[in-house]
Design a protein around this ligand. Structure first.
Ligand SMILES: [Zn+2]
Length: 219
C-alpha cells in the first residue's frame, strides 16, 4: 500500500487540526520510513520476485523490526510518547500512535501473508495485491476520502488552497503510478535507496499544510 497511507494521514487532520500534516504523514508512513534504513543496515531483507503478487514484485520475507505487529505496537507507543513529552498533547499523542498502527493494518490488507505477528511468529496478510482493480480501487478511495476530509477540516472563510498542497497531491499520485508501472528494480540496494526518498514527503506535507493554521497555534 502506498497512497492509501497518505489518505489516512490527510483524514487525521480532522481529528487533530493543530497537528502539522508533516507529522501526520511521518506517523502514517513511519514503518516504511524505517524499512529502507533497516534494509541498508542489513537488519532486514527483501527479494525481488516478479509475479509474486499481481501488483508488487517483492518478497518481504524478513522485516521483523519494521513490520511485525508486536514491534509496530512498540513503535506506536514510542512515537506517541515522544510527541507527548515534547508537545504535552494527549490527543495528538494518541492520534500519532494510532496512525503508526494504521500503517500495519492497511499493509495487512494489501500484502500476501508475509507480515509477522511477532519476530519469528506466524505471518498474515489478506493479499489485496493479487487484484489490480481491488488494489487501485481501495487505495484511490482511501486517498480521495482523505483529501476530501482534509479540505473540510481546514476550511475557513476566504481560504485559498495553495499550490504547495496541490503539488503534494501531484507528487504522491505521480510516484504511486510510476511505481506501479515501472519494471522491478534491478537489485535490493536500489530499492532501498528509492525507499529513502519517501522521507521527502514529510517536510513536503508540512509545507503543503503551512497555510491551514495562519495563527500558528500548532501543537
Ligand atoms: Zn509498509
Amino acid at each position: 500500500m502506498f497512497i492509501g497511507h497518505f489518505g489516512v494521514a490527510l483524514a487525521a487532520k480532522r481529528l487533530a487540526p493543530r497537528t502539522s500534516l508533516g507529522l501526520l504523514v511521518f506517523a502514517a508512513e513511519f514503518l516504511d520510513l524505517l524499512w529502507p534504513i533497516f534494509l541498508l543496515l542489513g537488519f532486514e531483507h527483501v527479494r525481488v520476485v516478479p509475479g509474486i503478487t499481481k501488483v508488487q514484485p517483492f518478497d518481504f520475507y524478513d522485516y521483523p523490526f519494521s513490520h511485525s505487529l508486536t514491534m509496530v505496537l512498540r513503535w506506536s507507543l514510542a512515537v506517541g510518547l515522544l510527541y507527548y513529552i515534547v508537545r504535552r498533547s494527549a490527543r495528538g499523542a494518541w492520534l500519532l500512535g494510532a496512525l503508526v498502527t494504521s500503517h500495519w493494518v492497511l499493509d495487512f490488507v494489501s500484502h500476501r501473508p508475509d507480515l509477522p505477528l511477532w519476530p519469528g511468529g506466524p505471518k498474515v496478510g489478506l493479499g489485496l495485491w493479487n487484484s489490480w482493480p481491488g488494489s487501485i480501487g481501495v487505495e484511490s478511495l482511501l486517498f480521495l476520502a482523505g483529501v476530501w476530509l482534509y479540505l473540510r477540516a481546514t476550511d475557513a472563510p476566504g481560504r485559498k488552497i495553495p499550490w504547495s498542497f496541490w503539488s503534494l497531491l501531484g507528487l504522491l499520485v505521480v510516484v504511486w503510478v510510476a511505481a506501479l508501472l515501472a519494471p522491478p528494480p534491478p537489485d535490493v540496494s536500489q530499492l532501498a535507496m528509492g525507499g529513502l526518498l519517501l522521507w521527502i514527503t514529510v517536510p513536503w506535507a508540512a509545507w503543503a499544510d503551512s497555510y491551514s493554521d495562519p495563527e500558528g497555534r500548532r501543537s
